[in-house]
Design a protein around this ligand. Structure first.
Ligand code: G1P
Length: 271
């Protein structure tokens, strides 16, 4: 059973400056709704019971957004606006599922994951990267089904343009399982065009084993002087841990860049 999801939210969001100079990128509205709510809805719909947010003191605004009970109660005392009442109930529902842990210095996704170690109860858990929205299909739900059949780790995959391989984690395939799934032989964080083993990129949905924490504890810094989850995954694969790459259905929206962020509202509006 996959019951817990973790979401790293401590990143500075520099790719979205100036929008992020005073505001958390995950709360920026995408077609009228904060981006992070799409991610939470995906988790809830995939039957996730607890969502762990990894934030930093600088991103306290995220905690406040989900924890602003007094503010809503005061407003609702005076007004009985149906829409606000509904939104408040939704925020309360989210709040019950969310737990907060802190990563106060942004040392990379691997370091963020390590902060959740003492809260992870089962042998496998889900991780979602909030910049990566996938619409028209619940990717987490599909990956959980694959996990149930194979009892091993699963990561989302998408073909990208060869020129952009150095922006992603890139897979090397071991063998195809079927049209949409393959066993992963290796994964390399942001390789150069010449050294990339394929154009299959890691997209931000991962079902990871608890064993990853052992690797993360000794994980050295990699590309850009950060501790990457990709590097710890790679070491697990070398140890013989099975990882499946899942070419997901649905449409990917890259909300981590300004152009992608603007486009995502347009795409969701069209739905
Ligand atoms: C992260 C991962 C990378 C992955 C990407 C997907 O990179 O490190 O392997 O391909 O997310 O969005 P980042 O976007 O933090 O640079």
């Amino acid at each position: 059973m996959i019951r817990q999801a973790i979401i790293p939210l401590a990143g500075l969001g520099t790719r979205l400056l100036p929008l992020t100079s005073v505001f958390a990128k995950e709360l920026l509205p995408i077609n009228g709704k904060p981006g992070i709510e799409y991610i939470i809805d995906e988790c809830i719909d995939a039957n996730i019971k607890e969502i762990i947010f990894i934030i930093s003191k600088k991103k306290a605004i995220i905690r406040k957004y989900f924890n602003n009970d007094k503010f809503y109660k005061n407003i609702l005392k005076k007004k009985k606006d149906k829409r606000i009442r509904k939104e408040y109930k939704k925020i309360q529902k989210y709040n019950k599922k969310i737990k907060f842990v802190y990563q106060n210095s942004p040392k990379g996704t691997g370091d963020a994951v390590l902060k959740t170690q003492k809260y992870i109860k089962d042998n496998f858990f889900l991780m979602l990267l909030p910049d990566d929205l996938i619409i028209k299909r619940n990717c987490s739900k599909d990956m959980i089904s694959i996990y149930k059949k194979n009892k091993c780790s699963v990561m989302a995959s998408m073909k990208v343009n060869k020129k952009t391989v150095n922006r992603w984690g890139i897979y090397s395939k071991k063998s195809n399982i079927n049209k949409n799934n393959f066993f992963i032989k290796d994964v390399i964080e942001k390789p150069s065009i010449n050294s990339a083993p394929s154009t299959n990129a890691v997209i931000g949905r991962y079902i990871l084993p608890k064993k990853i924490f052992t690797k993360l504890k000794s994980q050295k810094k990699g590309k850009g002087d950060e501790i990457h989850i990709t590097d710890a995954i790679r070491r697990l694969i070398i140890d013989g841990e099975k990882f499946i790459g899942h070419s997901f259905k649905g449409k990917y929206l890259d909300c981590g860049t300004l152009n992608g962020y603007i486009k995502s509202s347009q795409e969701i509006y069209k739905l």
